[in-house]
Design a protein around this ligand. Sequence first.
Ligand code: DC
Length: 399
Amino acid sequence: MKDLVVAIDGPAGAGKTTVSKIVANKLGIDYCDSGSCYRAICYLALSCGIDPFSSNLLSLLSEKELILDSGKVFVDSQDLTPHLREPDVSANVSIVAANPEVRRYVTNLLISQKRKKGLVIEGRDIGTAIFPETPFKFYLDAHISIRKERRQGEAIEERDKIDSERKTAPLIRPDDALLIDTENLSSHEVADRILERVRFILRKNRFYWVAQRIVASFFKIFFRYSVLGAENIPKQGSLIVASNHMSFLDPPVIGVAMELHYFAKEELFLLPVFGWLIKNLNAFPVQREGFSRKAIEQTIRILENSGRVLIFPEGTRGVGLREPKRGIGLIARLANKKIRTPILPLRISGTEKALARGAWIIKPHKIKVAIGRPIQPETFFKKNDQEIANMVMEEIAKL
Ligand code: DC
């Protein structure tokens, strides 16, 4: 837990503070409001009669030290917290926060905080500049009219503009953060969504890990199983794994190369041993084969949680490479609206001989998995679903 950093970014009025406190409380870890550091410096400047535009604001802190403790900000043991939301401070804080020297000071302060527990930290640049390595990134947003209503009397548009147009660490959505629109959700619902993803990422499926090693050994001996291009598998983050499909052996053959989630027909989960097995190997039930609406929603949810989902663009098993269905394009497009989700093309060979369609007995035929470079979302943003699907099949064909 000590290394757990949950980064919550977003513009003013998106609901970060309430949500961050709920999340910290439920996880039993610390909470930090990085904006309070900029507010404290702004307050100090205003109370000393220093222009917030002044470039050497840090002279204010030459003999003093900002200290963050239990969600409060102190200077020389004076608690500044009660002053941080004063209208004057709110009106000038964006200017102070745009000062590069101030940003450097606050960044160092935030990074060097001693942590006994994990941390939920909210701000504008947490996922991009302060803790860019954390996999637990979230970006909260809501329509400007809603945010204005939530922060009545504050010049929200002006602050948005200064925060997102400044040169140093501007407010931008980290593309590996999950975007949550807080407009129609309560604070508890937003917090629950965050907690769901945090727990998903933290969850270690030991059963999968063990099964993966046992099955890999069997595959290597029985099928002379080999994987080419394993270095192309991204280390973390949401991923659609797209493969050709020829045999029932394909899912385990890919699942041995990397931990995956995949959908399976609902009925299969009712089978005594097999149902238990696939459930514990990350399968999720869908009502019918293919891309029903519910299946699409479930797939996107797993991707939003930073899972890796296996999709066969061609839909069903068949011989050779075939025309893809548009489902993979739809999923890639929708998932990328919320979180960056590349597509990993992969080509299997040999399973059509090892366990052909209609066959019941596996044969010791050589099986190979070739993994290509991930297809980055920038290359398909402007394409429609079918074009994305075609592009994926073309990449698979090159392998
Ligand atoms: O979240 P807030 O309203 O308390 O933020 C006050 C100001 O500080 C706001 O203009 C954005 C800025 N800020 C920032 O630039 N980077 C952060 N990590 C947090 C806040």
